[in-house]
Design a protein around this ligand. Sequence first.
Ligand SMILES: Cc1cc2nc3c(=O)[nH]c(=O)nc-3n(C[C@H](O)[C@H](O)[C@H](O)COP(=O)(O)OP(=O)(O)OC[C@H]3O[C@@H](n4cnc5c(N)ncnc54)[C@H](O)[C@@H]3O)c2cc1C
Length: 400
Amino acid sequence: MDIDGAVTLMPDRSGPQSPPPAQAAPDGLDQFRASLTDWLSANLTPEVVASGRGGLVVAETIEILRAWNRTLADAGWAAISWPAVYGGRDATVAEQLAFHEVMTEAQAPGPVNAIGVANIAPAIMAFGTSEQKDRYLAPMLRGDEIWCQGMSEPDAGSDLASLKTSAVADNDGFVVNGQKTWNSLGQFADWCQLYVRTDPSVPKHKGITCLLVDMRSAGVEVRPVRTMAGDSSFSEIFLTDVWVPNTALLGSIHQGWRVAMTTLSHERAGVARLHLGLTARFNELLDDARSAGVVATPVQRDRLARLFAYISTMRWMTTRELEAIGGGGQPSPAMGSVAKLMWAQATQELADLAVGLLGTGALAGPWTKNLAAAPAVSIAGGTSEINRNIVAEHGLGLPR
Ligand SMILES: Cc1cc2nc3c(=O)[nH]c(=O)nc-3n(C[C@H](O)[C@H](O)[C@H](O)COP(=O)(O)OP(=O)(O)OC[C@H]3O[C@@H](n4cnc5c(N)ncnc54)[C@H](O)[C@@H]3O)c2cc1C
């Protein structure tokens, strides 16, 4: 038995099964897709595609991806969901979805400064002073200044509010001491959105402050962390008597928890990237297996079919959600957690299945590296256990 039975199950990415959500006129949306497709044909190089593969940013690829970030920004494609006044396009949900579909199809990486663009910029837009918006947003959009997020500490991850890094008022600023860890892009970052404790005498959620810290400040030491996949894409950050000016305060003092919990991302269709990325990798696996002449066992065929059904479910769930939001509805409670949980599970299953299916042939491609990197996806950005808690409490209304 070969894998052809599974191959015929390949998702139809363009067919009538996945209508674009309502909101933008179809003509406008077609034009939008065509203009991005044309622009990618003229600008996307194989080197950029190869550097973006796998989604990890490492020393060998950072400068290529940074240059690509600038190219995207200068053409208005780095953050289409940002308000136009800050360099975005005020894109509708339908346009955001179309953007992710075209980018995934072309294997085009997004901006390398993803944490800044998707997570930190919305907080600066919501809580920043006009000086902060003028100073930080434009270089962030181009990737001229890379940002990292300093939340987790050795003893504060899921329970972020127990963070201990301290900031004590001093002259016109603060003196910061402590340690952060698992900081994605930390070794490349020019700036850090840092969460610190400014009042240890009040309940833990109430004494936290958010600071925008120059990573070149005296007393900042960055140590890259090497993972079992062999890469260093995140770091530990040690802060020793680092002086930070008052102008670095994002929001009010002791109100950092509000900043951290305000998830104001403008990118409503970002969730679609999860099933789009999985579909692309699922298809890559089928292509690799086919060209290697792999003969799948019945169990492997069954797992492939189940994975395909799982990814299809993600696609339908996301499409339904985005159609509702595009029509003016509110996001479903815990939708982000459900999508993250399903993505983590499918990513790990795909990585495991690929190595089993390709055997020693997997050593030549990205698949063994994928397998080593896969455990991280159920930890980063909130663990699967924490997401299950959120689904139970906020989605199903179960008691804590
Ligand atoms: C690839 C990657 C990138 C990351 N990037 C960043 C970054 O850029 N910036 C940053 O600040 N951090 C980053 N992190 C850190 C990440 O946010 C934390 O690892 C995560 O929040 C979990 O915290 P922890 O590792 O301390 O585990 P812990 O919180 O100590 O959890 C240990 C285990 O206990 C479980 N657990 C904890 N609490 C509960 C509970 N209430 N109910 C049930 N189970 C529970 C967890 O699910 C987990 O299995 C990154 C992590 C990874 C893997």
